[in-house]
Design a binder for this molecule. Structure first.
Ligand SMILES: Cc1cc2nc3c(=O)[nH]c(=O)nc-3n(C[C@H](O)[C@H](O)[C@H](O)COP(=O)(O)OP(=O)(O)OC[C@H]3O[C@@H](n4cnc5c(N)ncnc54)[C@H](O)[C@@H]3O)c2cc1C
Length: 290
């Protein structure tokens, strides 16, 4: 299949890219890794008249430590996020989740900004951004703004981005001392999109939970953070029974769609198992941190 005809632009600077978006409005689409957009163009689900390729904006591919976060540029490839020593040290959840995306070819080209903008409800990187409450930095022709990831995702493949805006980076909080993080997903075949994916973070104070964070993808139109459930974990003895209870609580808290191919009850069972397993992993890693 071939895409509909389009004009190709390869701006040398962010300002030039923003000017193209301002000029062409809805008719323009940004191209990053092309791993979601190009198949959609080939299937004629997307027919942009103007394609604005971001791949010359090398400054958007940086991964760097900021004051209390790791700043990951929008053009950072999944492969580089997975391999980043900085992220493995300070935000291992993001590196672990990126390593589990699709296949090598997808990870070699796909980018953080593309994944956030595409906003697939089971995609790994949006889930991590929501779970850790990351901030997304956005440039537009009328200036810059920063949005919590939790406000970026509006619905299935729909974000709060304006047509003239570009995601430039996302900032993920640094892991605290004594914090363990873990990602788990269930997919039918290796490399497929997950049916359910979960992210858990646990910070220990002695043998008790000082803080927990829980995010789940695949149970709603956007990845969801379960702050109240995680807050209730505070002060609990951090052991396997706690991890199992968190899984059971999560299964009660979710309200997944009842799809004839994937019944709600199946997703609920996946949530229970995956959350419990991720919580066990996070506990073990938190213990290793001490
Ligand atoms: C076979 C296959 C399997 C896959 N499996 C998975 C998987 O398991 N998990 C997963 O999470 N993903 C998976 N993906 C998707 C992959 O992660 C994509 O790379 C990602 O969704 C989009 O990133 P991209 O850089 O390729 O963006 P593109 O395809 O270039 O763009 C996607 C959308 O984002 C917009 N965009 C891109 N960059 C920006 C920016 N900086 N600011 C604003 N808008 C922007 C584009 O205009 C477009 O609308 C898979 C893809 C394929 C083809």
């Amino acid at each position: 299949m071939k895409p509909a005809a389009f004009r190709y632009h390869r701006p040398p600077t962010l300002d030039a890219a923003l000017a193209l978006l301002a000029e062409h409005g809805d008719a323009a689409k940004l191209l990053a890794g092309g791993q979601s957009l190009v198949p959609m163009m080939n299937m004629r689900l997307a027919q942009p008249a103007e394609l604005v390729d971001l791949n010359d904006l090398a400054e958007l591919a940086r991964i760097a430590q900021a004051q209390d976060s790791v700043e990951v540029g929008a053009l950072a490839r999944h492969r580089d996020v997975a391999a980043s020593a900085l992220l493995r040290e300070h935000c291992p959840l993001l590196a672990e989740a990126a390593a589990s995306i699709g296949h090598d070819a997808i990870r070699n080209r796909g980018t953080l900004g593309g994944s956030l903008a595409h906003a697939d409800p089971v995609a790994q990187l949006p889930l991590v951004a929501v779970t850790l409450d990351a901030q997304v930095d956005i440039a537009g022709s009328r200036g810059r703004r920063s949005l919590p990831a939790r406000e970026l995702f509006v619905s299935v493949m729909t974000t709060a981005l304006e047509p003239d805006e570009i995601i430039v980076a996302a900032r993920f909080p640094l892991r605290s001392p004594g914090e363990g993080q873990a990602f788990r997903a269930f997919e039918r075949r290796r490399g497929d999109f997950a049916i359910v994916s979960v992210a858990v973070s646990v910070t220990l104070d002695g043998d008790r939970v000082a803080r927990a964070r829980l995010g789940i993808g695949g149970v709603g139109p956007v990845p969801l953070a379960f702050d109240e459930l995680a807050r209730r974990a505070q002060g609990a003895v951090a052991d396997e029974a706690w991890a199992r209870a968190l899984g059971a609580g999560a299964a009660r808290a979710v309200d997944p769609e009842d799809d004839p191919r994937i019944p709600a009850e199946f997703r609920r069972e996946l949530v229970e198992t995956l959350v419990a397993r991720a919580a066990v992993d996070a506990l073990r890693r938190a213990t290793e941190q001490r």
